[in-house]
Design a protein around this ligand. Structure first.
Ligand SMILES: CC(=O)SCCNC(=O)CCNC(=O)[C@H](O)C(C)(C)COP(=O)(O)OP(=O)(O)OC[C@H]1O[C@@H](n2cnc3c(N)ncnc32)[C@H](O)[C@@H]1OP(=O)(O)O
Ligand SMILES: CC(C)C(=O)C(=O)O
Ligand SMILES: [Mg+2]
Length: 558
């Protein structure tokens, strides 16, 4: 290997386009979408899709809303040819959907391709040939004039064949394959030759499709290339300008977005970025990026998980957990400050208002995803996330100081276990910390209480048990059940705060009481929790919980 392998590569030259317009444009409408899942996506699979998988995916693409679908390379295999025929013969292509079929510039292949779509209401025939220097010199051994002549001759042949079938509305798509690596004047010469050969016009629709067959430069260079072509193509008003980005540098989406700003009206890509090498541009990400800018993409991803499952079954390729919008982890936060902001965002978010939940670029519900896995807890998590889970799953609304107390307890467990803690594990820890003391700690085990009127306000008679079942009765009065319970216990306890909430469905129809108490001789305070269908019982249990925790607290007073 060379000491510096970088010496083997050359930088891509900048495009001379001083008055470029695209940087100051914004996207305000969706492009015409073309799905090439059944062609470029299919040709890149370990095992190309069989008839059943292709038909299933075709139906899903129609359901999503694609109006142009590249259904195959019919001259490549009998399977592809027969699927195209099946779609047409069995009337499976809706009237508002146009199928596209691709072939190389060879007469025998063009003839097969046209035959494959015979009888279609409308069809796009996609012809391509590579034009960049390495392909001209290494692959074809052809000069530029020879290439132009081949393009003119084969398009002439297609024109002749299609003229014999006037019942079909024929559209030509011409792709100068390897456009991103070719000299712009070569691309222009070849495309203009194709436009002239087809005689593109109001009645002779034509698409010029500019691919980054291989991504070789930054996305701004591609945008310059597209704008350069957009300004110079012949009969521009009769041409639909399309792009076909790949993702070799990981910038396929950026290339497509900047190309649209530069004049492209149509984008070809695949669901979740399947396709040759590192993929075609991901049309789902592109569409949902538009969505988050307030532009409706015209494609339906309202149940993105279902689309993902069909795509995975069709391609036999898994979707990465961090894939934009669809990955299993993209709506999950583990880290404390993110969880805190998300929890506050949800609390502030009103239905139908502009979406403003921090760290979530889109409402997961708009994609049919739930909020269930948004907050997950491990050692990176903080009080916000833990509180969010307890509130969401158990209706426990903890005061801020209690959040601090309990998150330290959760943190210690997460650190020790070195794994993620589920909501169920957090709840188990909460029960153990706050609910068990009044069920299990000798002397504080609640059995029953009775209220009576007293001059102080509330009288209470408590029955508490030891672990061996011996009952003891306590009686006292106070301002409210909490104060009366503290008085009945006869211990040096002080109530610092208390909160009560009525029964809620999340809390299993139980009322919730939370008290913060201190005990002389013990540093700091402890929280106690009571959950019970009866609100007074909940208050009694909360006091017992805090008192039991303070009874066993070993921190000496500071
Ligand atoms: C960038 C893209 O995605 S382009 C689409 C690529 N997809 C595919 O290739 C999948 C389907 N293709 C196939 O099944 C086959 O390639 C077929 C059936 C079309 C042709 O098969 P073959 O006749 O065996 O040719 P092969 O696959 O080896 O292709 C190479 C030949 O095609 C020529 N060729 C390649 N592209 C083109 C083109 N656009 N126009 C004309 N000739 C071309 C090459 O110069 C080479 O010719 P040579 O054999 O005289 O040297
Ligand atoms: C055939 C063309 C459009 C192609 O797939 C590419 O260049 O990537
Ligand atoms: Mg491609």
């Amino acid at each position: 290997m060379l000491a510096n392998p970088g010496t083997r590569y050359r930088p891509f030259r900048a495009i001379d386009l001083a008055d470029r317009q695209w940087p100051s444009r914004t996207l305000t409408q969706p492009p015409i979408w073309l799905s090439t899942d059944l062609r470029d996506g299919n040709q890149a699979l370990f095992e190309p899709m069989n008839r059943e998988r292709k038909l299933r995916l075709f139906q899903e693409l129609v359901r999503i809303g694609f109006k142009e679908i590249e259904i195959g390379f019919p001259s490549a295999s009998t399977t592809d040819f027969e699927i195209v025929r099946h779609l047409i013969d069995d009337g499976l292509i809706p009237d508002d959907v146009t199928p596209m079929v691709i072939t190389q510039l060879r007469e025998d292949l063009i003839e097969t391709t046209v035959r494959s779509v015979q009888g279609a209401r409308r069809a796009i025939v996609h012809l391509y040939n590579a034009i960049a220097p390495a392909w001209r010199e290494i692959v074809f051994g052809m000069s530029l004039p020879q290439i132009v002549e081949m393009v003119e001759q084969r398009i002439g042949f297609l024109k002749m064949l299609t003229a014999q079938q006037p019942q079909t509305e024929w559209v030509l798509q011409y792709s100068p394959e390897t456009f991103s690596m070719a000299e712009l004047d070569v691309s222009l010469a070849v495309c203009n030759a194709a436009i002239k050969a087809w005689d593109a016009g109001p009645k002779r629709p034509m698409i010029i499709n500019l691919p980054t067959t291989v991504e070789v430069a930054t996305a701004n260079v591609f945008a310059d290339q597209v704008e350069w072509m957009h300004r110079r193509l012949d009969r521009r008003e009769h041409i639909v300008l399309s792009v076909h980005p790949h993702n070799d540098r990981g910038t396929g989406v950026a290339c497509a977005e900047l190309a649209m700003m530069a004049g492209a009206q149509r984008v070809e890509g695949c669901l979740f970025g399947n396709g040759e090498r590192s993929g075609n541009v991901d049309v789902v990400t592109l569409a949902l990026n538009l969505y988050t800018q307030g532009v409706s993409p015209g494609l339906d991803f309202s149940d993105i998980t279902a689309v993902a499952r069909i795509a995975e079954e069709s391609t036999a390729l898994p979707i990465h957990p961090r894939h934009p919008y669809v990955g299993d982890l993209v709506f999950t936060a583990f880290s404390g400050s993110h969880q805190d902001a998300i929890a506050k965002g949800f609390a502030a978010q009103k239905d139908d208002a502009i979406w403003r939940v921090p760290y979530l670029p889109i409402d997961p519900k708009d994609l049919g995803r739930t909020y269930d896995s948004i907050v997950r807890v491990n050692s990176q998590s903080g009080k916000g996330g833990i509180s969010y889970l307890l509130q969401r799953d158990h209706g426990i609304v903890m005061p801020r100081r209690m959040q601090v107390e309990f998150s330290a307890i959760v943190q210690a467990l997460a650190d020790a276990s070195e794994t993620e803690l589920s909501s169920a594990q957090i709840w188990a820890l909460f029960e153990q910390t706050y609910l068990e003391p009044s069920r299990q700690r000798p002397g504080f085990i609640y059995r029953a209480h009775q209220c009576f009127d007293a001059p102080e306000g509330q009288g209470i008679e408590l029955q508490l048990a030891d672990t061996d079942g011996v009952l003891k009765t306590y009686r006292a009065a106070g301002n409210d059940p909490t104060a009366a319970t503290v008085a009945a216990l006869g211990m040096p306890l002080r109530i610092d705060s208390c909160e009560a909430r009525g029964p809620s469905a999340e809390a299993g129809n139980a009322a919730l009481a939370i008290v913060e108490m201190a005990r002389s001789g013990i540093a700091g305070s402890r929280f106690g929790v009571g959950l019970h269908p009866d609100a007074t019982t909940a208050s009694v249990l909360a006091v017992l919980s805090a008192a039991a925790r303070l009874a066993t607290a070993d921190a000496p007073a500071g």
